[in-house]
Design a protein around this ligand. Sequence first.
Ligand SMILES: NC(=O)C1=CN([C@@H]2O[C@H](COP(=O)(O)OP(=O)(O)OC[C@H]3O[C@@H](n4cnc5c(N)ncnc54)[C@H](OP(=O)(O)O)[C@@H]3O)[C@@H](O)[C@H]2O)C=CC1
Ligand SMILES: C[C@H]1O[C@H](OP(=O)(O)OP(=O)(O)OC[C@H]2O[C@@H](n3cnc4c(=O)[nH]c(N)nc43)[C@H](O)[C@@H]2O)[C@@H](O)[C@@H](O)C1=O
Length: 315
Amino acid sequence: MDKTAKIYVAGHRGLVGSAVLRALQAQGYTNLVMATHQEVDLTRQEAVEAFFAQHQPDHVILSAAKVGGIQANNTYRGEFLYDNLMIEANVIHSAYQHGVKKLLFLGSSCIYPKLCPQPMSEDALLTGPLEPTNEPYAIAKIAGLKLCENYSRQYGVNYISAMPTNLYGINDNFDLANSHVLPALMRKFHEAKLEGQPSVTVWGTGTPLREFLYVDDLADALLFLMHNYDAAEFVNVGTGQEVSIKELATTIKAVVGFEGELVFDTAKPDGTPRKLQDTSKLEALGWKAKTSFKEGVEQTYRWFVENYEHIRGKE
Ligand SMILES: NC(=O)C1=CN([C@@H]2O[C@H](COP(=O)(O)OP(=O)(O)OC[C@H]3O[C@@H](n4cnc5c(N)ncnc54)[C@H](OP(=O)(O)O)[C@@H]3O)[C@@H](O)[C@H]2O)C=CC1
Ligand SMILES: C[C@H]1O[C@H](OP(=O)(O)OP(=O)(O)OC[C@H]2O[C@@H](n3cnc4c(=O)[nH]c(N)nc43)[C@H](O)[C@@H]2O)[C@@H](O)[C@@H](O)C1=O
């Protein structure tokens, strides 16, 4: 990617897209194309084709998707399947039709079987049944990586895929019902502290293990792949380190400074018991995460406090 290349960042206002934008700008890229969901609904084929015909990007980073935590995935099952299938099919096909040189698709570690051997290496794809709470989203993400792989094989294009682990950071979704665990717990502890509540409720048993990657590290990895990786096979992106949900809650509680109790609501689903990425492929290419978990949580909390009124104002 030379510095004048025209790069379309799809989903530029989201957690990942906004971090990709910061990383591109920091590397001196200025010819960037963007559109909000309201301006171009990527589930609409005609709108996507018209956008590509007008802007003719050289490269695409596809970070637009219907995204949410365990409850959103389990509730809006049809939307997670339909929206994500449509967004990726429309964007990848339009990119191909309009001669996009390189495209990067974002999947997720939920593509792997629920009871996958740990750590999960890329060759474990399609070796067992998926976790039921996010099966529709995972099916769409598998379709997306297969579109990239097979467009690359049939048409000789350079469409690559990255499978990130659970992400967090600034610009995350802090909605209590639909967000992922880290922003949800950060907000719960913050509000419990402000209101002097005696306890905070954590969903599930607290025993599931998750791996968390700071979003600016992900953006760095994605640009690394845009510069250094040209193969049809997808690549895991993670830290190689995991924490239990109970340990996560204890860490966030300490960072926020909440002094009450944790209560576990076991009527809520745990989801996959464990999903640790095998990151050896990306490490062999020369990339490793830099931000420690504690540092990332502290940076995110600082941003959350500074933006708390704005976040509430948007609701
Ligand atoms: N967050 C996580 O923990 C993980 C995320 N990922 C993947 O990373 C990618 C980005 O996720 P993340 O940044 O967290 O998600 P966000 O929800 O923060 O952002 C999603 C973005 O997609 C846009 N979008 C959604 N639907 C449409 C649509 N129909 N038309 C146009 N734009 C749309 C939104 O636009 P607008 O702001 O205008 O509404 C938003 O900017 C996704 O592919 C996701 O699957 C993978 C692993 C973990
Ligand atoms: C990135 C990944 O994210 C999703 O999978 P997930 O990792 O299961 O998602 P999660 O972050 O919402 O939860 C992780 C764990 O945490 C527990 N948990 C405790 N308390 C809260 C809580 O307050 N909110 C939430 N959301 N979870 C909580 C929760 O019960 C679960 O055990 C996929 O659907 C899919 O989107 C995907 O790919």
